[in-house]
Design a protein around this ligand. Structure first.
Ligand SMILES: [Fe+2]
Ligand SMILES: [Fe+2]
Length: 222
């Protein structure tokens, strides 16, 4: 594990030894599509500990904001899929934890850290699957948690870019305006629309409903 400090404290202070051994990195990719992912059996870091971990690893203000936005979106979706809101928020907050230091390997380093820290396999799978199509990652989402992360990640980038043009609170944005920007390839051209669509398909939520959901979920942000 390359880091000490807040992450070490979390590993030693909060996470007990798992009742099942965390698999070596890559096992999730080799599972059959129908194999269930074991439920979480370990306590997670608190929201405050997770924020400290984010601030330890991520210095760029935009990347911190992005993590906060994805966490809010994931927290909004959790009850709709009977998910643990804390786990879903944490997955959103920490999904890009290694990006700043290891952009060419992201999220391979984070997956290795999470396994070392004893994080739940369902969270590790979601973070792996959000990288579908990047840095050689091909894992597709097999859970609502993973599908939601894939669907929310890039769409939060669209919301952010739209706000720079039109500085209104996220909760007051018009769904039709965001949809128009999603469908306009030249707007925030680096944002991959295909992963948003892929996430929506796996989540079972149409794009227009997904955008409307995020307008509601992101309303908690200033
Ligand atoms: Fe990422
Ligand atoms: Fe991200």
């Amino acid at each position: 594990m390359p880091n000490v400090g807040a992450g070490e404290e979390i590993r030693l202070g909060r996470i007990r030894v798992a009742s099942f051994a965390p698999p070596p990195y890559g096992l999730a990719s080799r599972r059959g599509a129908a194999d269930p992912i074991p439920p979480s059996t370990m306590p997670l870091p608190t929201a405050e500990e997770a924020r400290a971990l984010l601030e330890q690893h991520v210095q760029d203000p935009y990347q911190r904001l992005h993590a906060t936005m994805v966490a809010a979106a994931m927290g909004g979706y959790a009850p709709r899929f009977e998910g643990d809101p804390h786990l879903w928020r944490l997955t959103g907050l920490l999904h890009d934890l290694d990006f700043e230091r290891f952009p060419d390997r992201h999220p391979a380093e984070a997956l290795r850290w999470f396994q070392g820290w004893g994080y739940p396999e369902e969270m590790i799978h979601a973070v792996e699957a959000h990288a579908h199509g990047y840095n050689g990652f091909t894992t597709l989402p097999r859970t609502p948690l993973a599908a939601a992360l894939l669907a929310c990640d890039e769409l939060c980038g669209i919301f952010y870019a739209y706000r720079r043009l039109n500085p209104v609170p996220y909760g007051q944005m018009k769904v039709s305006s965001i949809l128009k920007k999603v469908r306009e390839p030249s707007f925030a051209a680096k944002i991959d629309r295909s992963t948003i669509q892929l996430g929506c398909q796996h989540l079972g939520v149409p794009l227009d409903a997904h955008v409307a959901n995020l307008v509601g979920f992101l309303a908690e942000l200033p």
